[in-house]
Design a protein around this ligand. Structure first.
Ligand SMILES: O=P(O)(O)OC[C@H]1O[C@](O)(CO)[C@@H](O)[C@@H]1O
Length: 251
């Protein structure tokens, strides 16, 4: 695991976009794993900007999103379907039929999880997975305590996660209680992973991640055992890292 330290959120977004665009140019039929949330927003904006300036093509790219709320329709403004269309897909030339997001309205949700996991395999697995990190160390919606062996599954969202995400809803009660998420084993099968962390609100979890052990209590800690993980984090997110850990990880 290597950590690229950047000055601020702007630089983080530029660097992340650059790495994703590089992957797309090198392998135009790449399978990308995508995240939602606030952190990745400007990365998508930078990808859109590059598309408009340089016409990088996504015609043969396939994408798999990490997660989706259960119970929200694709056109609900807080669904991750809506988020992805709104911030990325509608601006680039990716055919919508090549963008995959779990269906949180499926009649048979356990079956939907199995289908989604299989589909990732049938597409050859994920070449590059983008991750944000929750303040409790969650990746996707894999909350603390999730088995490292988990594949795509249903989760009950932690109160802290619902509270954090309630900023996008009109009230906490409106935040769905459950979601479908790729599992930790699903994420770990990706050939390359980039995790993004920005701002002071991620400083505590970043120090726990970099200084602590690999434990299901911090789902992101499993990334330390993956052969190709890059963390892009800004100075604020790395502000609580001790000198020794800095020497080990930070470039
Ligand atoms: O980027 P944010 O909004 O801080 O969220 C971090 C992570 O938490 C989630 O929003 C889920 O709670 C993920 O989608 C995201 O990767």
């Amino acid at each position: 695991m290597r950590v690229i330290e950047v000055n601020d959120y702007y630089e983080l977004s530029q660097k992340a976009a650059e790495m994703i665009i590089d992957q797309v140019r090198k392998k135009p039929d790449s399978v990308l794993g995508l995240a939602t949330g606030e952190t990745v927003l400007e990365t998508y904006a930078a990808i859109v900007n590059d598309y408009q300036q340089n016409q990088t093509s996504y015609r043969h790219i396939r994408t798999f999103n990490l997660d989706e709320y259960i119970g929200l329709a694709a056109d609900h403004p807080n669904s991750y379907h809506y988020y992805m269309n709104e911030h990325l897909f509608r601006f680039i030339d990716i055919p919508m039929s090549q963008t995959y997001i779990p269906n949180g309205l499926a009649d048979d949700i356990p079956e939907e999880c199995i289908r989604y996991e299989k589909l990732i395999g049938q597409c050859g697995g994920i070449d590059l997975q983008i991750l944000g990190i929750g303040r409790n160390g969650h990746i996707g919606f894999n909350e603390p305590g999730t088995s490292f062996d988990s594949t795509t599954h249903v989760v009950e969202l932690a109160h802290s996660t619902r509270k954090a995400n309630s900023r996008f809803f009109s009230s906490l009660e409106e935040v769905p209680t459950h979601a479908i998420t790729m599992g930790i084993a699903t994420i770990m099968k990706s050939r390359q992973i980039i995790l993004l962390a920005s701002g002071e609100r991620k400083a505590h979890i970043m120090s726990q991640l970099l200084e602590g052990e690999v434990t299901p209590n911090i789902p992101a800690s499993i990334l330390k055992t993956h052969p190709n993980v890059t963390i892009i984090a800004d100075k604020e997110a790395l502000s609580l890292i001790g000198k020794e850990q800095r020497k080990v990880y930070v470039q």
